[in-house]
Design a protein around this ligand. Structure first.
Ligand code: NAG
Length: 326
């Protein structure tokens, strides 16, 4: 009886032990599945998984301005915006080189547009410290021109150029034009998503962190960020500030657009509008980007009239350059 009892106990213990081992094995297997699963997601879907948490521009701006690299700018009304726009530090760059800008006639352009050199030319500061003649040279171009002159010039100069244009790049999502010239059917935005268009097509909107991750450019030096976007340049610049540690951008050359709708705004609305735009200037200043060139683009219709500055008028677009103080 005793033995029997003993055996019974042992059996129970064995069964419990087996149960215990079984539960542990299942738990261990689950951990393995989760780890492997997470690794697979990390490996194959990392850009898509991470970028859906958009960076808050205002938070990033505060962060960048905690220890500003150049003396912070203060917004004191609409005047401060135009005062900044009209006061580039023209002494910073002692050497400039033009890219793009050859006057090749394009059927859709008027002669006036074609001969507007401000629209076509991008200037790059060739000061010693920017090492423009050193490899590697990586360049981003947001919205290409009809004639691709900027991209052609950049690759002739041995720079790896990536052009982003969802309208003019239509053959595929990515097009390799030559060894150092790639095009992507992507539009800049705050978060990556595919936006269905009325005509049934899809506009692939991509954030800057998505772009650098997808192209394997994280932490790389970007010699020049060029934009000929028509309005979305403000999103691009906010993205640059929000992702300041993502890319080491040396120089920025963009066509800035100011909508003539500001003429119809009330004083308070205009004040708020330019305060928001001015944050981009403030962010770039804090991040150490010096405003080094500003030229009015004169061929656009209309003008901006600013009651706060005795009804002075300004052009609706400016070509502006920033260079990082190294
Ligand atoms: C600016 O223009 C508006 C509208 O034409 C006019 O009412 C106003 O007096 C002008 N202000 C100045 C300072 O000239």
């Amino acid at each position: 009886m005793k033995d029997g009892k003993h055996h019974k106990h042992e059996g129970l213990w064995r069964r419990n032990k087996a149960k215990c081992v079984c539960v542990l094995t299942v738990a261990a297997l689950m951990v393995v599945v989760v780890v492997v699963g997470a690794t697979v997601v990390y490996q194959f879907f990392w850009p898509q998984v991470t970028v859906y948490v958009p960076v808050n521009f205002e938070d990033k701006l505060k962060e960048v301005c905690v220890s500003p690299r150049l003396s912070p700018l203060e917004y004191k009304g609409v005047e401060s915006f135009f005062h900044y726009l009209e006061s580039p530090d023209v002494d910073h760059c002692y050497s400039w080189v033009e890219f793009g800008g050859e006057k090749i006639p394009i059927p859709s352009q008027s002669e006036k547009e074609c001969s507007d050199e401000v629209r076509k030319v991008k200037y790059i500061c060739f000061n010693e410290e920017y090492k423009m003649t050193h490899d590697p040279c990586l360049v981003y171009s947001f919205t290409k021109d009809m004639d691709n002159q900027f991209e052609r010039d950049m690759q002739l100069f041995s720079c790896e150029v990536h052009a982003f244009d969802h309208e003019k790049v239509s053959e595929a999502e990515h097009v390799q034009r030559s060894e150092f010239w790639m095009e992507h059917a992507w539009a800049i935005s705050e978060a990556p998503y595919d936006k269905p268009e009325k005509d049934g097509s899809i506009q692939r909107r991509r954030s800057l962190d998505y772009i650098t991750q997808a192209l394997g450019h994280n932490k790389r030096e970007l010699k020049f960020l060029k934009s000929d976007l028509e309005g979305r340049e403000w999103i691009l610049l906010r993205q640059v500030i929000s992702n300041i540690k993502l890319l080491d951008i040396q120089q920025i050359g963009v066509r800035l657009h100011l909508p003539t709708t500001v003429n119809q705004m009330s004083g308070e609305a205009r004040h708020q509008y330019f305060a928001k735009m001015f944050k981009v200037f403030q962010g770039l200043q804090c991040a150490g980007y010096k405003y080094v060139m500003g030229r009015a683009v004169k061929y656009y219709k209309g003008f901006i009239r600013i009651p706060e500055i005795n009804n002075r008028t300004f052009y609706p677009a400016y070509e502006v350059n920033w260079a990082k103080v190294l």
